[in-house]
Design a protein around this ligand. Structure first.
Ligand SMILES: C[S@@+](CC[C@H](N)C(=O)[O-])C[C@H]1O[C@@H](n2cnc3c(N)ncnc32)[C@H](O)[C@@H]1O
Length: 340
């Protein structure tokens, strides 16, 4: 099946990283790491926008071998400027080490840009056998890397009630978590071991409003649990900022408040240290036209951390009014400027 994923906040992310590369490369050399290669959309944009920087190398990481294969084929034309690597971005330093791009814990080339577009790709979500979605029936798998770790079904078969309740509370914002966990385990034990069947049984037993399917938050929580998504994010936030070159940028796209909160907090702490700048205070949200053409972009928010002073970061951002979907109010919002 063809790997089709519509890149979210493509222009804003590519502009940010390409401009950071232009400012932060030393003698025309630098390194960009796309931690979530997926279909290669962001990497392709950065590579195309920096054709005049032949010394800029892009490394694309993905834990999903199918994404890696599709993106490698798509980006083949960029030759040795692009390298794909299979792995988890939580092991950022180790992966760079394996590629010979780290020396004594520091990148051999100035790390001018890092992209992380969190969450799943459309093919992961749309292929029933991957088990992420309850729109179709499939095995309760949910592993982004099908070659490693336990599936959702394997975890559910061995989890204790209280631990599952914690997962639902922390990763799915489910407040009646003990009751919900009991229903999930009860239905799973009675044979609801596939995605659509479990969702159907949950719909019959969970209280819900009409705006969201009652299984949505449960499935989100299970997915985050299976893939240890928050551990991965925290490991990335621990490693990347201080590895950035001066004027280098970390561009991170989140899709729900649970993953946005730690990013926002960590970026704010780093900015308070005086060594980093936040060029877009509240992050960048997609334009109306993007959310109309791609529903998956609706909850996206791009946050940018720049190593160095605010003035450097300010060179490639402009202030303009944008409806901010965080509080539903029109607000003075800084968004990435089009590359001039
Ligand atoms: C939203 S998609 C990225 C799409 C990509 N930016 C594009 O434009 O085509 C997220 C990708 O990140 C990968 N991913 C998620 N968490 C990961 C992790 N911890 N380590 C490596 N890859 C991860 C997923 O397998 C998926 O392919």
């Amino acid at each position: 099946m063809a790997f089709v994923h519509t890149t979210v906040l493509a222009q804003e992310t590519v502009t940010t990283v390409a401009q950071a590369a232009r400012t932060a490369c030393v003698a025309g050399e630098g390194l960009v790491v796309d931690c979530t290669l997926g279909g290669g959309g962001h990497s392709a944009g950065v590579l195309a926008a920096t054709q005049d920087l032949p010394g800029l190398q892009v490394v694309g990481i993905d834990r999903d071998p199918a994404a890696l294969a599709a993106a490698s084929e798509r980006l083949d034309g960029f030759g040795p400027r692009f390298v794909a690597v299979h792995g988890q971005f939580g092991q950022f330093s180790m992966l760079l080490q394996q590629l010979g791009l780290l020396h004594d814990g520091a990148p051999r080339l100035p790390l001018v840009g890092v992209i992380a577009d969190l969450g799943v790709s459309s093919p992961q979500f749309d292929e029933p056998e991957r088990g992420f979605s309850f729109r179709f029936d499939g095995p309760l798998d949910m592993r982004m890397d099908p070659s490693q770790g336990l599936t959702a079904a394997e975890l559910l078969a061995q989890v204790k009630l209280e631990d599952l309740a914690d997962v639902l509370y922390q990763y799915g914002d489910i407040t009646r978590s003990i009751g919900t966990a009991r229903i999930v385990l009860d239905e799973f034990g009675k044979g609801a071991t596939t995605t659509a069947l479990l969702a159907q049984r949950l719909a019959a037993r969970l209280k819900h409003n009409r705006s969201m399917h009652p299984a949505t938050q449960v499935f989100q929580a299970l997915r985050i649990w299976v893939n240890r998504e928050y551990d991965e994010l925290n490991a990335l936030l621990d490693q990347v900022p201080w590895m950035l070159a001066d004027d280098g940028a970390l561009a991170l796209i989140t899709f729900h408040s649970g993953e946005d909160r730690p990013v926002k907090q960590r970026f704010a702490e780093l900015a308070r240290s005086g060594a980093f700048a936040l060029p877009v205070r509240r992050g960048v949200v997609p334009s109306d036209s993007e959310t109309q053409s791609n529903v998956r972009a609706r909850s996206a928010r791009l946050r940018v951390l720049v190593r160095g002073e605010q003035s450097a970061a300010g060179r490639y951002f402009a202030t303009r009014r944008r409806e901010d979907d965080e509080d539903g109010e029109a607000d003075e919002e800084e968004i990435a400027n089009e590359e001039k």
